[in-house]
Design a protein around this ligand. Structure first.
Ligand code: SF4
Length: 317
């Protein structure tokens, strides 16, 4: 179900292994891609926008000034190992060190997940219970939907015992990249029965990532009364064009999802080749604002370490 070897990927996408090898970089943040996502890649196309998101590339070896291992200040924002508390009223729980996919631009690609294992949940839950300013808990990771269904149900049960938490937000890329792994029927039933407002924020960067399978999955989440939003990252050579982002917004909406954020790249070491500058980003969004209704235009933002909210990108022309 999950590809972790280059020869397996070469077979699915029908690109010769020798060709892939010319572009491949062996790095600590290894190749990892679900078969479902790999099948969405156009066969034989080395420049496919989905392939570029997952192929460890020799471009990652470049050392570029201003790119660091912790670009958004996560390491200074965790009062205890598995909890990040950056924004007022909301806290983020690192629920799992795993993702079903390794996105090459990931801002947490260097995060020390081994320090945020499940054994710390209890401390995190105690911290949440003691701070009644927190009304929303965000399950993040890694990816929370890589947890077992039993683990998710237990976590939900424990969170429901904290009376001041009203909203449960789940950040996950799994529904898009491996929809079969996000279809957990007991979990969906528990969400529907939960006292929480439940929000699922998926992560999709290109319309080609959405499929009939994702559509069916999102129908199930909507039936469980889950609000569906999307966040994306603006990535050079992948989705840095108005027609692609317009198609993405329309396809998301056709699957019941509203665009929420489009992030400028977090300047993480190894991802400099994906960066889009502010001016072209703004120009793309000017076109989107003209051509789409407001509810289909995501907020263009950048995360700046230490800021109390995500910073909107303003006109710099
Ligand atoms: S799914 Fe999210 S956390 Fe995991 S590698 Fe991709 S961007 Fe990073």
């Amino acid at each position: 179900m999950i590809i972790q070897r280059l020869d397996e990927l070469a077979e699915v996408i029908e690109v010769p292994l020798a060709t892939l090898n010319q572009h491949y970089l062996d790095t600590n943040f290894k190749l990892k891609v679900p078969v479902h996502f790999a099948r969405q890649i156009e066969k034989g196309n080395l420049n496919d926008p989905l392939l570029r998101q997952i192929l460890p590339s020799i471009d990652e070896a470049k050392s570029v000034k201003g790119f660091s291992q912790d670009p958004v200040g996560d390491l200074n924002a965790n009062p205890i190992d598995s909890l990040l508390h950056k924004y007022q009223g909301r806290a983020l729980l690192i629920t799992s060190p795993q993702c079903d996919i390794h996105c090459r631009y990931c801002f947490r690609r260097h995060f020390p997940y081994e320090q945020a294992k499940k054994r710390h949940w209890q401390t995190a839950l105690e911290h949440l219970a003691s701070d009644n300013s927190i009304h929303e808990i965000i399950l993040s990771g890694g990816d929370p939907l890589t947890l077992s269904e039993t683990g998710l149900l237990e976590l939900l049960r424990q969170l429901e015992q904290i009376p001041h938490i009203e909203t449960l937000r789940i950040h996950s890329r799994t529904p898009v990249v491996a929809p079969e792994r996000a279809l957990k029927l007991d979990w969906l039933a528990a969400l529907k029965a939960s006292r929480f407002n439940v929000v699922l924020v998926v992560h999709c960067n290109h319309p080609n990532e959405l499929s009939d399978e994702t559509k069916t999955l999102f129908e199930q989440y909507r039936r469980a009364d889950v609000t569906l939003l999307n966040q994306s990252v603006l990535l050079k050579g992948i989705n840095d064009s108005a027609p692609i982002l317009k198609a993405l917004s329309k396809k998301l909406f056709s699957q019941g999802i509203l665009p929420y954020y489009c992030h400028l790249l977090d300047r993480v070491e190894g991802a400099s080749h994906f960066e889009v500058d502010d001016t072209p980003a703004w120009q793309i969004f000017e076109t989107l604002r003209k051509e789409l209704p407001g509810y289909l235009v995501p907020k263009l933002v950048r995360e700046i370490a230490g800021e109390p909210y995500k910073t909107p990108i303003i006109k710099t022309l």
